[in-house]
Ligand binder design. Structure first.
Ligand code: NAI
Length: 286
């Protein structure tokens, strides 16, 4: 039987989530995605109109099929958590059942079980502010959207994950080294995500035989990264200083994710795996 993957955080064809979906599809997995509610309309319209057809192309010439797109807002666990102004917001009221618990229930109803869970989402409303200027609200919002969202996804999807399955999230080196410009508590959120990767690997491994890993990815010009504002500088810095002097492609991260999700990685859990042309290993730039 082919594997089934749910990838949270796909809203266009530029980010890591899309590339991971493609690599998993190329390896034979069935693809379900979770798309942020405010981005749902444009994503589905673009898909339908063929705007992504070129980037849906797999190595064998076929086009990646996305079996189903679920609206998702990973900062809300259940309907009771959703504030009134969000519920009645035009961008949200057109969709339903988009809290984490409800999405897991819908996936279970539609498909029964999954094998692979991917978390490829982050949000920090104050990311462009230094930590010293970050508000409590901004800091907690970054942690909620970028770290707890993974805890919540795992918690709600674990009961419908087949034993032997795998989960993957995306992190960034700013969790462990100073990267000026990655602010708003996003560096803190990535530290939490990496620490949680270890603790959750233990809990999900013992309880359900599920592996939990995170990929520390190098810089990519995604929609989210462009919003931070320093992505071109980071790409140039990597080109100049990393052991491998080439631009990192999303596909390279997708392929590493496909490996980590596969039986080839059956003894790897609780790990932070660098897919960054080796930049993390440098002490000084030369
Ligand atoms: P992206 O823009 O393709 O992906 C981020 C996704 O998160 C978007 O689709 C957005 O709609 C979604 N999202 C935001 N808030 C959400 C919420 N509350 N509920 C559900 N979805 C929500 O950008 P990218 O860069 O591919 O990001 C994917 C992951 O990769 C993130 O965790 C990011 O921190 C990580 N990463 C990115 C790097 C880069 O240079 N682009 C480097 C290292 C890690």
């Amino acid at each position: 039987r082919g594997k089934r993957a749910f990838i949270a955080g796909v809203a266009d064809d530029n980010g890591y989530g899309w590339a991971i979906a493609k690599s998993l599809a190329a390896a034979g997995a069935e693809i379900l995605v979770g798309t942020w509610v405010p981005a749902l309309n444009i994503f589905e319209t673009s898909l339908r109109r063929g705007k992504f057809d070129e980037s849906r192309m797999l190595p064998d010439g076929s086009l990646m099929e996305i079996t189903k797109v679920y609206p998702l807002d990973a900062v809300y666990d259940c309907p009771e958590d959703v504030p009134k102004d969000v519920k009645t917001n035009k961008r949200y009221s057109g969709s339903s059942k988009w809290t984490v618990k409800e999405v897991a229930e819908s996936v279970q109803q539609d498909f029964g079980t999954i094998d692979i869970l991917v978390h490829s989402l982050a949000n920090g409303p104050e990311v462009s502010k230094p930590l010293l200027e970050t508000s409590r609200y901004g800091y907690l919002a970054a942690i909620s959207a970028s770290s707890y969202s993974f805890v919540s996804l795992l918690k709600h999807f674990l009961p419908i994950m087949n034993p032997g399955g795998a989960t993957i999230s995306l992190t960034y080196i700013a969790s462990e080294k100073i990267i000026p410009g990655y602010g708003g508590g996003m560096s803190s959120a990535k530290s939490a995500l990496e620490s949680d990767t270890r603790v959750l690997a233990f809990e999900a491994g013992r309880k359900h035989n599920i592996r939990v890993n995170t990929i520390s990815a190098g810089p990519l010009r995604s929609r989210a990264a462009k919003a931070i504002g320093f992505i071109d500088m980071m790409i140039d810095y990597s080109l100049e200083n990393a052991p491998l002097q080439k631009e990192l492609t999303a596909e390279e991260v997708g392929n590493a994710a496909a490996f980590l999700a596969s039986p080839l990685a059956s003894a790897i859990t609780g790990a932070v795996v660098y897919v960054d042309n080796g930049l993390n290993a440098m002490g000084v730039g030369v």
